[in-house]
Structure formats: structure tokens, C-alpha cells
Design a protein around this ligand. Structure first.
Ligand code: AHG
Ligand code: MN
Ligand code: MN
Length: 336
């Protein structure tokens, strides 16, 4: 495979990013830079005690903010605000959106929504974590400060989305609506190389990812689907599916994208609307999975059709191989 760097790949595919005159490369270069800094800190987290553990603060979700949540958030926001191509950012770690309200950025065409550190509860136990991002063209008038409406757009309007996974290696996986490509970071030379061109999720899979600790309060169709996964009559080799749940959405998603599988975060007693946020977790991954040949639903609805009502809106979330989602959807629609 020709060793494309992300930069070279973007130049080669620039024409596929609608109406862009280099903005995509600037947005992705900001994300690349921030991810290298975050990756470096994550990889030494075990040594640098000052960046481990809780920050002592809570985010808007009432969740305990890890120090690295705050560090990653600051790093991505600083990198994104510095290139004059984004008029504002909405982040899991900020109550409201951040307007880059100056002349240059007010003329910018794009907004970014971000989960700066996904799976952060896993930081202190050395388990893979990630960053998830979503890019929209602004709806409000150029030359004016960004508005809330710019961030509350349905997933179908995304012009790009992707994630970083900080695991055994650091990878960037993104789409601009023309397929999904994965790039692996070479820390020796500080460059991301194309390692997974044109990623496609297997149409069927034998891995299901869900927190089964919440099983008793799942809706019946979800319980029935999990029983189906555990039965041995649904695969040619008459074996049940494997249960794999890491507790970092990006890590579970990435494994299922490569091997085939389904990730579920249903509504439950302690998460009546589900846990995952539509705007900066579900929609960006839904864009990626559909580009890779998979599906993403929220009970009866397609994720990419849902117009968010608020920045931190939570929805039940099911994403993965087409035939696995089809089967779950069949049970949901029959209301078993
Ligand atoms: P975040 O760290 O950004 O809040 O996301 C955590 C999410 C997701 O990454 C993971 O799959 C899920 O929370 C795990 O939730 P449970 O511990 O409730 O299973
Ligand atoms: Mn998250
Ligand atoms: Mn997070």
C-alpha cells in the first residue's frame, strides 16, 4: 500500500469535501495536532500522577470530570480555535457552546462538536480511550457569531466525522461522506499513515457489546435480542455470539467496525433515555458506520434523521453490522 500520510490523503481527496478550499485540511490538521498532544499525555498517564484521577469538578452531565477530560478539552478547543475555519465548538465538557467570536472566526463556515475524551473512566486502569468529533456547515449568517441552531442539526447534515482511538496504537478514523479511512500514528516520526483504506464493517457479526449489568431494566425487545445473541441456533457453527464490552464506546466501536458486531446502550432504569449523547457520540459514529455499510438506530428511528433538541440530549443507541441491527429492529418493531 502506498504510504499516504493524512495530509497527502486529504490533498488527494480534497475534491470530495464539498465546497472546501482547504478548510477540511485545516480542521483535520487541528484535530491531528491536538490528538498527538493528548496521545502523548495519555501514554505517560501512569507515570505523571498529576494528570491522573478526578479533577474534583463535575461536568454539565453531573459526571466526575477526570483531569485528562479537562486537558483533552482544552487542547482540542485551543487547536480548533487557532485556524480561522471554525466559528464555534460544542463539547461534552462545556455546558453551552463556545463561540470563537472574532472577525476571522465569525467568517468561518464550519462548527465542530466533540467528545474530547470518551471512556475517560478507563484512564486510570490503562484501557483504551478516544476522542469523537463531528463537523457541520453553519446555518447562521457568515460574519455573525455562531448560534445554537448551528449545533442542533440532524446527523445527515454532517460534512465530516471521525474518532481517535488511543490504544495499543493511536489511530484516526474519519469520513467526509466518501467512505471511511483509518490512519495509524507513527510516534517515531510524528505522522499518521494510511493503514486502513476504505473500511467496511462485515454485514454480519458474532460480537455483541452491552453493559449486561443493566439487563433487568432493558425493554423486552432488547432482552429478547440479547437472548438471541446468547442462543446457539443463530450461526452456522451453532455457537452463541461473544460478549465484549470495554466501557469505552470508541474502543468497542472500533473493534466491531473491523470484526463485525453490535454495540448497544439501551434505555434503562438508571438511564431512562440511554446514556450516550446524540450530538457528539451517536451522530458522528452513525455517519461513519453508514459510510462503512452498517446501521445506527435509536429504537424505531435512524440516528441520522434525529434533530437534536439540546446539545447534551441522550438517546438509546444501537450501532453495528447491518444484519445484526436489522434483527434487533425486527424485534423492536414487532414489540415482542
Ligand atoms: P464518556 O467517558 O465520554 O462519558 O463516555 C463513556 C461512555 C462510553 O464511552 C461507554 O461505552 C459508556 O459510557 C460506558 O457506560 P457504562 O459504564 O454505564 O456501561
Ligand atoms: Mn463519550
Ligand atoms: Mn467524554
Amino acid at each position: 500500500m502506498k504510504s499516504f500520510t493524512v495530509g497527502e490523503f486529504i490533498v488527494e481527496t480534497q475534491s470530495t469535501f464539498p465546497g472546501s478550499s482547504g478548510e477540511l485540511s485545516k480542521i483535520l490538521s487541528a484535530i491531528k495536532l491536538a490528538s498527538k498532544i493528548v496521545s502523548h499525555h495519555i501514554n505517560k498517564a501512569g507515570l505523571a500522577k498529576e494528570i491522573l484521577g478526578s479533577s474534583g469538578a463535575e461536568n454539565v452531565q453531573g459526571e466526575d470530570q477526570q483531569k485528562l477530560d479537562v486537558f483533552a478539552n482544552d487542547t482540542f478547543i485551543n487547536a480548533l480555535s487557532a485556524r480561522g475555519v471554525i466559528c464555534g465548538v460544542a463539547s461534552e465538557e462545556n455546558d453551552s457552546y463556545i463561540a470563537f467570536d472574532d472577525r476571522v472566526n465569525n467568517d468561518a463556515k464550519y462548527v465542530v462538536l466533540i467528545d474530547p475524551l470518551d471512556g475517560s473512566s478507563n484512564i486510570d486502569v490503562n484501557v483504551s480511550v478516544g476522542t469523537i468529533f463531528s463537523v457541520f456547515r453553519r446555518k447562521s449568517g457568515k460574519g455573525t457569531p455562531v448560534q445554537l441552531e448551528d449545533f442542533l442539526q440532524k446527523g445527515d447534515n454532517q460534512v465530516a466525522s471521525g474518532y481517535l482511538i488511543y490504544g495499543s496504537s493511536t489511530m484516526l478514523v474519519y469520513t467526509t461522506g466518501n467512505g471511511v479511512n483509518g490512519f495509524t500514528f507513527d510516534p517515531g516520526i510524528g505522522v499518521f499513515f494510511l493503514s486502513h483504506p476504505n473500511m467496511k464493517i462485515p454485514e454480519n457479526g458474532a460480537i455483541y457489546s452491552v453493559n449486561e449489568g443493566n439487563l433487568s431494566s432493558f425493554k423486552q425487545p432488547v432482552k429478547d435480542y440479547i437472548t438471541y445473541c446468547q442462543s446457539s441456533n443463530n450461526l452456522e457453527d451453532k455457537k452463541p455470539y461473544s460478549s465484549r464490552y470495554i466501557g469505552s464506546l470508541v474502543a468497542d466501536f472500533h473493534r466491531n467496525l473491523i470484526k463485525g458486531g453490535i454495540y448497544m446502550y439501551p434505555s434503562s432504569a438508571n438511564a431512562p433515555k440511554g446514556k450516550l449523547r446524540l450530538t457528539y457520540e451517536c451522530s458522528p459514529l452513525a455517519f461513519l458506520i453508514e459510510q462503512a455499510g452498517g446501521r445506527a438506530i435509536s429504537e424505531e428511528k435512524r440516528i441520522m434523521d434525529i434533530v437534536p433538541k439540546s446539545l447534551h440530549e441522550r438517546v438509546p443507541f444501537f450501532i453495528g453490522s447491518k444484519y445484526m441491527i436489522d434483527k434487533l429492529e425486527e424485534l423492536i418493531k414487532s414489540g415482542t
